[in-house]
Design a protein around this ligand. Structure first.
Ligand code: GDP
Length: 517
């Protein structure tokens, strides 16, 4: 066997397909207690070889791996660098409607969407595809994400693909600022997304516009009428009052922000919603952020890819193309992409496959890393036990002091020194070590010879029992499992508190000593 140099204890355990405990136990035999922590690196090939052999294995380690230099033919595709200013053109803003529960987000979205459908030629069938565009009388348009609340915003944000340009914060004028209102304000401020307040339900007699504004001011929103830049539009989502005003103020805000995109070059976009339709198959709604999407485009998104077969607008009408800032329904996915994932256009099917291969390999690596995380978590558990054992050792230390009194002098024994043989098995290295530490002092001080014939980490094995028979030893099982077999022939004493173990041992020793006259 060729051996890895510089392998860590943990890696060695993994490579040998053994538990960390097993390997550490073997290491105790082979090289003593030094450097058996999971992260300790082993350099001495002889020692590594011995550990591997003692682990009783056909080790999985066959050859020292060459430095990982697998040639990567498959590469990822990433967004293009920013476009130069002369290639940019204005685009519609993308708006997320947020606010406290029951303040009217859904109603507002329904009204906005309905108004547009009614105005359009589509025949009034509203359908939900995750986003829609509202046409203003001045010819401009505003795109609304059709999923109210935090979920959409957070999902996008979590994936690093936050496409929200503006937040419309719905505040019911009867309630004013509430818990989730505050959250939205905080979130928007953190992410630097401007807020427009839609002060809703003004049709209700309880509506208190002035009070709501005061509360918003107190939240640190610089309202326009007080010289700030946050617009407040009083609306009734239910009655449709001032919805056009709201859309206009969004558009004004967008103009102020100078939102622009490149309309040419490979398409970039973000998945807003994704579903498998019983008749139409795999569909996703996306918002194009760059370039112009057309039929025949080849797209990758996460681990999914598509050859675009058809495009539909938010009214379900087939369209030839989709430009930045507009939502579009895409037909032609082989796999279903996930909401919030980036969409990127590639030049060929072949490139798409290569990108997916690369991404799949990466995601597998990630999974492997998660596995390691899991192992690490296990080790932390280990460490906790270790610390508990250390604490026990500290306590046992106190115990030691207490028992160093004159009483011990009274105990005497014959020259022939009786012996007590013990085997110590503990759940973690630390506990075994702690017990050994305490026992050491006994061995020195007492007239009765205490011999630790074997110790280790892990459950009681048949080997331990054989050993106990041979040496007529007591096995102390510190927080480890005791087997059913063989327990009658030897004395196995389970315990999980160190001083109890010591007490028991003391008694054992006393019983071996000749009675003092
Ligand atoms: P969401 O939880 O923020 O999505 O709130 P909804 O849109 O579901 O609205 C909650 C309740 O408030 C519903 O019963 C709506 O009919 C009502 N509502 C929403 N907007 C208005 C409004 O402008 N005026 C009145 N009177 N009721 C409204």
């Amino acid at each position: 066997v060729d051996i890895w140099r510089n392998i860590t204890v943990r890696e060695l355990a993994n490579a040998c397909d053994k538990s960390l405990d097993d390997v550490q136990e073997v290491m105790l035999y082979v090289k003593g207690a030094d450097d058996i922590e999971p992260s300790a690196r082993l350099e001495d090939v002889k020692i590594i070889r011995e550990i591997v052999q003692k682990c009783g294995l056909k080790s999985k380690i066959v050859a020292a791996p060459e430095k990982e230099e697998i040639e990567i033919k498959d590469r990822d595709v990433v967004p293009r660098p920013p476009a130069s200013p002369e290639n940019l053109r204005p685009r519609p803003p993308v708006v997320t409607v947020m606010g406290h529960v029951d303040h009217g987000k859904t109603t507002l979205l329904d009204s906005l969407r309905g108004a547009d459908v009614a105005a359009g030629e589509a025949g009034g069938i509203t359908q939900h595809i995750g986003a829609f565009t509202v046409q203003l009388s001045n010819g401009e348009s505003v795109t609304f994400l059709d999923t109210p609340g935090h979920a959409a915003f957070s999902a996008m944000r979590a994936r690093g693909a936050n496409i929200t340009d503006i937040v419309v914060l719905v505040v019911a004028a009867e309630d004013g600022v509430m818990a989730q209102t505050r959250e939205v304000i905080k979130l928007a401020q953190e992410t630097n997304v401007p807020i427009i307040v839609a002060l809703n339900k003004i049709d209700k007699p309880e509506a208190d516009i002035e009070n709501s504004k005061r509360e918003l001011l107190q939240m640190g929103l610089n309202l326009e009428e007080y010289g700030g830049d946050v617009q407040v539009i009083p609306i009734s989502a239910l009655k449709g009052t001032n919805l056009d005003l709201l859309a206009e103020s969004v558009s004004t805000q967008a103009t102020l922000m100078g939102l622009q995109s490149e309309y040419v070059g490979p398409v970039e976009g973000v998945v807003v919603e994704s579903q498998t339709h019983s008749k139409r198959g795999k569909l996703s709604t996306a918002i194009v952020t760059r370039g112009t999407l057309r039929k025949g485009s080849i797209l990758v998104s996460g681990l999914a890819h598509a050859k675009v077969r058809a495009l539909f607008d938010h009214n379900g009408q087939p369209v030839e193309e989709a430009t930045p800032g507009t939502p579009v329904e895409i037909l032609g996915w082989r796999e279903l992409p996930m909401a919030g994932d980036l969409i990127l256009e590639v030049e060929s099917d072949r490139k798409a496959s290569s990108v997916l291969r690369y991404r799949q390999a990466e995601s597998q690596k990630m999974k492997a890393e998660e596995n390691i995380e899991h192992i690490k978590a296990k080790e932390e558990e280990h460490l906790e036990k270790y610390l508990a054992a250390r604490e026990a050792r500290r306590l046992a230390g106190k115990f030691k002091m207490r028992n160093k009194g004159p009483r011990q002098k009274e105990i005497s024994s014959d020259d022939g020194s009786p012996r007590v043989n013990v085997i110590i098995k503990g759940d973690v290295h630390g506990s075994v070590e702690a017990i050994l530490d305490v026992l050491e002092t006994y061995d020195r001080n007492d007239k009765c010879k205490l011999d630790v014939v074997h110790y280790g980490v892990g459950d009681i094995t048949e080997g331990d029992i054989e050993l106990a028979k041979t040496f007529n030893a007591i096995i102390y099982a510190f927080s480890v499992n005791v087997p059913m077999k063989g327990t009658k022939t030897v004395s196995i004493r389970p315990c999980n508190i160190i001083y109890r173990l010591i007490d028991d041992l003391k008694e054992e020793i006393s019983s071996k000593l000749q009675p003092v006259e």
